[in-house]
Design a protein around this ligand. Structure first.
Ligand code: CP
Length: 291
């Protein structure tokens, strides 16, 4: 179980009970009451981002600051020794000798695991290429759990780029622990990798009325064009009409053209609340890992 000094690389090592335990604990961080945090136990956290980020990097920065810690931000790696050809391993060894924890985003799948293997301090996976994005999944699950009070018995429709979308790769594995029905909607060329695919998933190239009408959670993602993905899909006004009144629509953000801002005022639009739940999740993770 996640404890002081642990790295946080993947959710795949946790069982259903562990995840529910994490989600219940996250709710204790879901407020602005920071009185229990003691500033003189200050730690230094490296935010090491080899890929662009707004939400993950800034919410880790904010979480660390609210907890009374300080952050060393390296998000312009072209101005670090990476530009001279330094390996990820040597960069991690260097930072690990200065800081108490490293939050890493990297374009290569498996990079966070490699980093954790050479690091003397905990590593948190903030997205490793097309691999995983476990802290995003924790906030996704938390958002669903907060809304429905459960994860079992839900129909979750994932609409987007399942091939390259790391948020999807982490989310399907976590949802699989629960009694969920999963629908995969997206272009034929952007199907979920075989290693993650389960026979029980329903696949479709479009969000049919039948699928939409039975959906509890519609989770949308963008086409990962920076990874070579191509394709087009978007939530239409007809889709929105077909979705139940008590359903929710989520998106890890950033969005491009798959989710128009015309939907933002719909009571089912949950993506901004989802994004803001990232702060509680990252406060929880840093608190748990740094002790
Ligand atoms: N959801 C997410 O990871 O957003 P950023 O890329 O802005 O961090």
């Amino acid at each position: 179980m996640l404890s002081k000094g642990s790295s946080f690389i993947t959710l795949s090592i946790y069982n259903k009970h562990d995840i529910l335990n994490l989600l219940d604990t996250i709710s204790t961080f879901d407020d602005q009451n920071l009185k229990r945090f003691i500033p003189n136990k200050k730690k230094l956290i490296a935010n090491l981002f080899y890929e662009p980020s707004t939400r993950t990097s800034s919410s880790f920065y904010a979480a660390a600051t609210y907890l009374g810690h300080e952050v060393l931000s390296i998000n312009n790696v072209q101005y670090s020794s990476v530009a001279k050809g330094e390996t990820l391993e040597d960069t991690i060894r260097t930072l690990a000798s200065f800081v108490h924890c490293i939050v890493l985003r990297h374009p290569e799948e498996g990079a966070a695991k490699r980093a954790a293997q050479v690091s003397t301090v905990p590593v948190i996976n903030a997205g490793d290429g097309v691999g995983e994005h476990p802290t995003q999944t924790l906030l996704d699950l938390y958002t669903i759990y907060k809304h429905y009070g459960r994860l079992d018995g839900l129909i979750v429709t994932l609409m987007g780029d399942h091939k390259y979308g790391r948020t999807i790769h982490s989310l399907v594995q976590a949802l699989d622990l629960f009694d969920t029905k999963i629908n995969l909607i997206g272009p034929i060329d952007l199907k979920l990798p075989k290693k993650l695919y389960k026979e029980r998933y329903l696949e479709s190239v479009e969000l049919t009325a039948n699928i939409a009408m039975l959906t509890d959670v519609l989770y949308m993602t963008r086409v990962q064009r920076e990874r070579g993905a191509q394709g087009h899909y978007a939530l239409t006004r007809l889709d929105a009409e077909n979705l139940p009144d008590n359903s929710i629509v989520m998106h890890p953000l950033p969005r491009v053209d798959e989710l128009g801002d015309w939907f933002d005022t719909d009571p089912r639009a949950k993506y901004f609340e989802q994004m803001s739940n990232g702060l509680a999740v990252r406060k929880f993770l840093l608190d748990r890992i740094l002790g």
